[in-house]
Write a protein that binds this ligand. Structure first.
Ligand SMILES: N[C@@H](CCC(=O)N[C@@H](CS)C(=O)NCC(=O)O)C(=O)O
Length: 207
């Protein structure tokens, strides 16, 4: 059975949603990031990079990095249509996934939450956090415009890009205590209304 190493409300939330959408059996293993469990030997054996998500596949091999896990899940479950099959659709989906993970999360939110990753000098923290908020705000504007007149990023089917966008938008009300712009709020509520997403939020303790 597949096993997802996750932390509640982390970026692993998006992979958890994809596993639930796929509907094959999987189990969860919680990693307490606040208790720094990601640096303990048991987890370092799973992912030496000390990050969630990490997915153990049926053959026991471990896959890490959000875009790789999501793409593998989509390609191995083609009937779920989590990734378009035409070149333009694939490229546009990965364009959105990469923007969420590599820019909005790694460059934006990491600056907001972990300014120490960017400077040894505490006096620089406010400027670094401000830059992080700017990156996040640009992402909100970009995705809000992309969603004008659409239910999901690719049109009518939910894809891995929507799962990535969902974990990012989840952090806006839950962690920044800020409102989402109109189209993103509608997308966020549309995702939450999916029974799979509602179950995932409940299982992670956010019902
Ligand atoms: N590039 C990685 C990023 C994963 C990541 O940053 N995960 C965060 C949780 S949202 C984490 O495990 N942080 C633990 C730490 O940095 O100590 C991916 O795409 O999966």
């Amino acid at each position: 059975m597949m096993k997802l190493f996750y932390a509640p409300g982390s970026c692993a939330l998006g992979i958890h949603v994809l596993l639930e959408e796929i509907g094959k059996p999987y189990e969860l293993s919680k990693v307490d990031l606040a208790a720094r469990q990601q640096y303990e030997p048991d987890f370092v054996k799973v992912n030496p990079k000390s990050k969630v998500p990490a997915l153990v596949r049926d053959d026991g091999s471990i896959l890490t990095e959000w875009p790789a896990i999501a793409t593998w899940l989509a390609l191995t479950n083609p009937e779920k249509k989590l990734l378009p099959t035409d070149p333009e659709g694939i490229a546009r989906t990965l364009e959105s996934v990469d923007y969420v993970v590599a820019s909005l999360h790694m460059q934006g939110f990491t600056r907001v939450w972990r300014p120490d990753h960017f400077t040894p000098n505490e006096a620089d923290y406010p400027a670094i956090k401000k830059k992080g908020h700017e990156i996040v705000d640009k992402g909100l504007k970009t995705f809000d415009e992309k969603l004008e007149g659409r239910d999901y990023l690719g049109g009518s089917d939910m894809s891995i890009a929507d799962a990535a966008l969902f974990y990012f938008t989840f952090w806006i009300p839950s962690r920044l205590k800020a409102p989402l712009p109109k189209n993103l709020e509608a997308h966020y509520q549309r995702m939450r209304a999916r029974p799979t997403v509602a179950k995932v939020l409940k299982d992670e303790g956010f019902a």
